[in-house]
Design a protein around this ligand. Structure first.
Ligand code: PLP
Length: 486
């Protein structure tokens, strides 16, 4: 590594990225390329000799950028946002620049200790109960993973091993995992990975009358029915801010039930967890004290560039019991003395990134007050958008909004259009909007209703973008209705 070149080319790269952001509104938000476009443009063999960075950057402009869907565009309203910010980027540079691998304390003490500190900071901001904090003195603590999927796999493995140590290791086929039909598929995937039979995963029904939240009554009935057949309830995932519609499961009721049935309760708040730092949203997390673990993704809505998922657990020893291995090659005094955290035992992989420095930088550069403002301004924009939708009587808001996600659909009230046609109509409207390249949204189908999801949260989105996008939606709707019904 030549430090002069490192500095020169890193500066060139930063300027290139800054320029990308300057021009980001010019690009079609959803990439318009066709499958296989890139292999037509790139050579099919790697270069034998080194190429200059300028040439590579030119190719990135010419060949790669057209194939990007611009997640950082202010007109990106699809899925859930992946927040990028200056501090998040700088933190990522540090993480990648130091490139230390803090799998055990000794392998990079600052990486481990900063992670434990920043996890306590985050927990304090979210007003999580002290039993999830290292400093809470009750054995709890937190870890940074790359994704919620990894966090769920690890907690499920811990729950599984705890249960099997009681009922016998041959009983894995009896264990049952509970979630709702709105729970992210990550839980089903994780159940498969840790060896729960596919037939023992319950996606319990939700309905519009409970705003798509899972009710304790539904879970109780399912558990009773399973137990009557000799099965053993193992794990329940509750969500604060579901992916499709932003629903909130009642943590307190589900927590009481989980305790009654001795079931591990995990709270997935991948998207909405960030909102807990604002007092006005914290009530959605009431009852979290009854959970065994909770996770949220700062890489969604907390100005932290990919990747970063916080997982807190009341009893991390259960994670360690399940995931630890102690090969001779990694032995060291601090680990042997059990006076340190070795994060390799809190995750799937051995190697790990120094994500803590990124999250720490984000929190320090913005401060809690600005981070709260970031959440509030997105929610205010969503309220504004929702108001505009309700004022146009051709549209309706399908699910009551809680955070910065608005689920709506075109529902013109004239006779020619019947319920059965609405899905097709909205599918077409969404396609027309996305094909325009001027905005990108995605859809959900809940209880048979096709809806358009308008997820606000990209760092660059301002009121003018929301206003312009609403005009775009209205004009595409007018065109579509004229085409279809006139
Ligand atoms: N859980 C919820 C509620 C989500 O909305 C998402 C992604 O949108 C996930 C989990 C998946 O997160 P990850 O990609 O970090 O595994």
């Amino acid at each position: 590594l030549d430090t002069n070149l490192y500095s020169k080319e890193s500066h060139a790269m930063v300027d290139f990225i800054a320029d990308y952001y300057r021009h980001i509104e010019q690009y079609p938000v959803r990439s318009q390329v066709k499958p296989g476009y890139l292999s037509k443009l790139l050579p099919d063999t790697p270069p034998i000799f080194s190429e200059p960075i300028d040439t590579i950057l030119e190719d990135i402009k010419k060949d790669i950028i057209p194939g990007l869907t611009h997640w950082q565009s202010p007109n990106f309203y699809a899925y859930f946002q992946a927040n990028a910010s200056t501090a998040g980027f700088l933190g990522e540079m540090l993480c990648s620049g130091f490139n230390v691998v803090g799998f055990s304390w000794i392998s990079s003490p600052a990486a481990t200790e900063l992670e434990s500190i920043v996890m306590d900071w985050m927990a304090k901001m979210m007003k999580l109960p002290s039993m999830f904090l290292f400093s809470g003195g009750q054995g709890g603590g937190g870890v940074l993973h790359g994704s919620t999927c990894e966090a769920v796999v690890c907690t499920l493995a811990a729950a599984r091993d705890k249960a099997l140590s009681k009922i016998g290791h041959d009983s894995i086929t009896k264990l049952v995992v509970y979630a709702s039909d709105q729970t992210h598929f990550t839980v089903q995937k994780a159940s498969k990975i840790i060896g729960i039979p596919t037939s023992n995963f319950r996606a319990l029904p939700t309905c519009s009358s409970s705003d798509y939240a899972l009710t304790a009554d539904t879970v109780r009935k399912a558990m009773e029915s399973d137990m009557a057949q000799g099965l053993v309830p193992l794990y329940l995932c509750a969500t604060v801010g579901t992916t499709a519609v932003g629903a909130v499961d009642p943590l307190f009721e589900l927590g009481q039930l989980a305790q009654e049935y001795d079931v591990w309760l995990h709270v997935d708040s991948a998207y909405a967890g960030s909102s807990a730092i604002c007092p006005e949203f914290r009530h959605y997390f009431d009852g979290v004290e009854l959970a065994d673990s909770i996770s949220m993704n700062p890489h969604k809505w907390f100005l932290t560039n990919m990747d970063c998922c916080c997982l807190w657990i009341k009893n991390p020893n259960l994670l360690v019991d399940s995931l630890s291995t102690n090969p001779e090659i990694l032995r060291n005094k601090a680990s042997d003395a059990k006076v340190v955290v070795d994060y390799k035992d809190w995750q799937v992989a051995l190697s790990r990134r120094f994500r803590a420095i990124k999250l720490w930088l984000v929190i320090r550069r913005y401060g809690v007050a600005n981070l709260m403002e970031h959440i509030r301004s997105d929610v205010a924009l969503a309220e504004h958008f929702e108001r505009m939708v309700t004022l146009d009587d051709r549209f309706e808001v399908v699910v009551p909004r809680k955070f910065s996600l608005v689920c709506f659909r075109l529902k013109p009230k004239f006779e020619a259009c019947e319920e059965a046609n609405y899905s097709e109509l909205n599918r077409q409207l969404l396609e027309d909007i996305n094909n325009s390249g001027r905005a990108f949204m995605t859809h959900a189908v809940v209880s048979g209703t096709f809806m358009i999801r308008f997820a606000i949260g990209t760092t660059l989105t301002k009121k003018r973008h929301v206003d312009e996008t609403w005009k775009l939606i209205q004009s595409k709707a007018t065109d579509l209705l004229n085409r279809k019904y006139k």
